[in-house]
Design a protein around this ligand. Structure first.
Ligand SMILES: Nc1ncnc2c1ncn2[C@@H]1O[C@H](COP(=O)(O)OP(=O)(O)O)[C@@H](O)[C@H]1O
Ligand SMILES: [Mg+2]
Length: 331
């Protein structure tokens, strides 16, 4: 196997991960990778002697073996929940609301700003809120109190048109990556954390953490506003930032099997129900109240596989791209 590093080296930070992996897989499988945009990696083709297919970064899907209806359904967290619940698969539930009036004529009543406020109160003025079609953990956070909801809605409305409000849940979080019915890897997710220097308060360390997130186009970490943030951590002491555990938002992922087989079974059912051939299922296992309790957080139909590069698992990157190329008739 060639070294993945060779395909990464010299690329700017903006270069799409999947374009690196596709070029790597092409070299390994004897296919021709051709950049169509002067080396940006944004648009490229992959060709065998008899067939060519195209890929693009940005909003393009990396996995053409997923049909577009299934993938679009999965990218809407409310549609996904409805479909899974209809099959008896537990989700985190919730209701969706719109942030702008513009398309009001095209939707049923009950999903406007005022309705969001009422639903939030029904949940005891504490809820987990996220963009309906968000990703990377952007604006996914727990909100406590009406004033915090107001501030959040003002901020999120600058970037998104709709949100999902749901009860705050917890549990051990896992990602199960599936190709058809096979588990390619399972990983446990851990929260982002900051490390003390014996001088700065948690609040000050969070400012630095948030500046790094902002530079990558992500909303700041949300921590409850209270005096505990004035604590100065000892040098090397770690403090977990509560909430989203996305890798993109500074979380950590480790390849690790869930403790119960039920997590795998449920993940497979979820992917099958949505009709996805490639899916990364995020779930809470061991949800409070039951050893075997599993709740689906979300279903990713266009998952990043950066974890595999970071974990030195180029073999699994090849396995995923082999599936894609085979499904498309290139191999
Ligand atoms: N209802 C919830 N309660 C507690 N934490 C949640 C809840 N929903 C999501 N999370 C946390 O936030 C992260 C991001 O949420 P998710 O729905 O996966 O959105 P995204 O598409 O941005 O990844 C999850 O991986 C999980 O750590
Ligand atoms: Mg997610």
């Amino acid at each position: 196997m060639r070294s993945l590093r060779e395909f990464r080296s010299g690329r700017p930070g903006s270069y799409p991960d999947q374009s690196v992996y596709a070029a790597f897989a092409c070299a390994e499988f004897g296919l021709t990778f051709r950049d169509l945009d002067g080396g940006s990696g944004l648009v490229f083709s992959v060709a065998s002697p008899i067939k060519t297919i195209h890929f693009g970064a940005g909003r393009c899907a990396w996995y053409p073996q997923n049909n577009s209806t299934s993938a679009t359904l999965a990218s809407d967290k409310y549609f996904t929940n409805k479909i899974l619940e209809d099959k008896g698969i537990a989700t985190l539930g919730g209701e969706y609301f719109f942030l702008h009036d513009r398309h009001r004529a095209h939707r049923p009543a009950g999903h406007e700003r005022q309705d969001a406020s009422e639903y939030f109160h029904k949940l005891g003025a504490a809820a987990f809120v996220k963009p309906l079609q968000g990703s990377r953990g952007d604006f996914a956070q727990a909100i406590h109190g009406e004033a915090a909801l107001d501030r959040y809605l003002q901020d999120v409305a600058r970037y998104y048109d709709s949100i999902l409000i749901q009860p705050i849940s917890s549990g051990n979080e896992y990602r199960i990556f599936l190709l058809d019915d096979e588990v390619v890897y399972a990983a446990r997710k851990y929260p982002p954390s900051i490390e003390g220097d014996g001088v700065r308060s948690i609040r000050d360390l969070l400012v630095a953490h948030n500046a790094a997130l902002q530079a990558r186009g992500l909303s700041p970490a949300s921590a409850k506003r209270d005096t505990s943030l004035d604590t100065v951590l000892a040098r090397g002491e770690r403090w977990d930032i509560p909430g989203r555990m996305n890798l993109s938002a500074g979380g950590t992922m480790r390849i690790e099997a869930p403790r119960t087989e039920a997590a795998i079974t449920t993940a497979k059912q979820a992917a099958r129900t949505l009709g996805l051939r490639v899916a990364a299922i995020d779930l809470f296992a061991d949800v409070t109240g039951g050893q075997d309790a599993i709740r689906i957080i979300e279903v990713n139909s266009n998952p990043s596989i950066r974890l595999l590069e970071d974990s030195g698992r180029g073999d699994l990157i090849l396995k995923i791209w082999r599936h894609t190329f085979s499904a498309m008739g290139l191999l």
